[in-house]
Design a protein around this ligand. Structure first.
Ligand SMILES: NC(=O)c1ccc[n+]([C@@H]2O[C@H](COP(=O)([O-])OP(=O)(O)OC[C@H]3O[C@@H](n4cnc5c(N)ncnc54)[C@H](OP(=O)(O)O)[C@@H]3O)[C@@H](O)[C@H]2O)c1
Length: 298
């Protein structure tokens, strides 16, 4: 198939391009800058420079492609998320660029849209499992861009087209967020939000890349994608091991946690998310877990 990937130089995009090429698809990676071209080519894709906020540019780029995969994101690293305007770029991408991507994909004649989303839209559910039918907790204005993005993908799925929305678990691997986290663990600085007994659902980059391939086989709908959920206490221990530190990752004190604001507050939720629907429909399985040694180098 001919597949176009937006955000192709990002963590998710690069993994998606490589995984798609590996199974024989012809992949176009979109970047806004010339310096992104070798990154896409390095993963085996063909690169096109385009403005992801321009429907005209995108429609021209998407023409001739069967599928469009949207992985645009710009998540601030660590507590930088507390700075004023830290989320402005990420918001703009979800609110405007993702809508342009969905509309241009339809205009260009693509039959399928695969849209990256996140499990952090679910509310805290304690130790109970979260399936795709669980209500989202998105009433705060801060979630408007992610909701708008979802609606654009749903709108795409008319006239015989299909849209697959992947609610990805927290990514871990060789990205800026995890690298920052491992450094904090080595320094003995606090890193984690929430409480040790709460659940977290993680997804290694390489498994995320293969999930985009598997999503080609999925019918229209929402799918959770993550590994077996673990407690944050377990995650703290795994981070400590991977960092080569003397102790597990530390939690922020309650007093600091009370001040983190709406965006980072999602990280204080307990999210025991089930990916059974995606696994049974597509055959996808996670292969790298947080206790797999060396996960931060692959
Ligand atoms: N479920 C999750 O946990 C989840 C989901 C998504 C992201 N994340 C985290 O968020 C972090 C950021 O992800 P990432 O590294 O993939 O993001 P990124 O590198 O900041 O950006 C991803 C892509 O979006 C494009 N982009 C970014 N800002 C843009 C802008 N203002 N205008 C146009 N295009 C823009 C970039 O394309 P260009 O080539 O044009 O620069 C890039 O390819 C990662 O560390 C990841 O772990 C987590």
């Amino acid at each position: 198939m001919r597949i176009a990937v937006t955000g192709a130089t990002g963590v998710l995009g690069q993994e998606a391009v490589e995984a798609l090429v590996a199974v024989g698809h012809e992949v176009t990676g979109i970047t806004r800058r010339d310096s992104g071209i070798p990154i896409v080519e390095g993963r085996g894709g063909r690169a096109i420079v385009a403005d992801v906020f321009s429907r005209t540019d995108l429609t021209r780029t998407f023409r001739g492609h069967d599928v469009v995969i949207n992985t645009l994101a710009h998540v601030p690293v660590g507590m930088a998320g507390l700075r004023p305007l830290a989320w402005r770029e990420d918001d703009r991408l979800h609110l405007e660029a993702s809508v342009a991507v969905a509309e241009a994909a339809a205009q260009a004649g693509a039959r399928k849209l695969i849209q990256e989303s996140t499990v952090y839209l679910y509310g805290d559910n304690g130790s109970d499992w979260i399936g795709e039918d669980q209500p989202l907790s998105v009433r705060n204005q801060a979630f408007r861009p992610r909701v708008r993005e979802m609606r654009a993908a749903v709108d795409f799925a008319t006239s015989g087209r299909s849209a697959v929305i992947l609610r990805l678990g927290q990514l871990f691997g060789r990205d800026r967020h995890t690298t920052h986290g491992l450094k904090a663990v080595r320094n003995g600085d606090p890193l984690l939000l929430g409480r040790p007994e709460q659940y977290i659902t993680l997804l290694h980059h390489s498994d995320a890349g293969r999930a985009f391939v598997a999503a080609l086989r999925a019918d229209s709908g929402f799918y959770n994608v993550g590994g077996e959920p673990i407690t944050k206490k377990r995650w703290a221990k795994d981070l400590g091991m991977e960092a080569g530190a003397d102790a597990p990752a530390k939690f922020y004190p309650e007093i600091t946690q009370a001040l983190v604001g709406t965006r980072l507050d999602t990280q204080r939720r307990s999210l025991r998310v089930s990916s059974v629907r995606f696994m049974s429909e597509t055959g996808w399985r996670p292969t790298v877990g947080p206790s797999t040694p060396g996960w931060s180098r692959r």
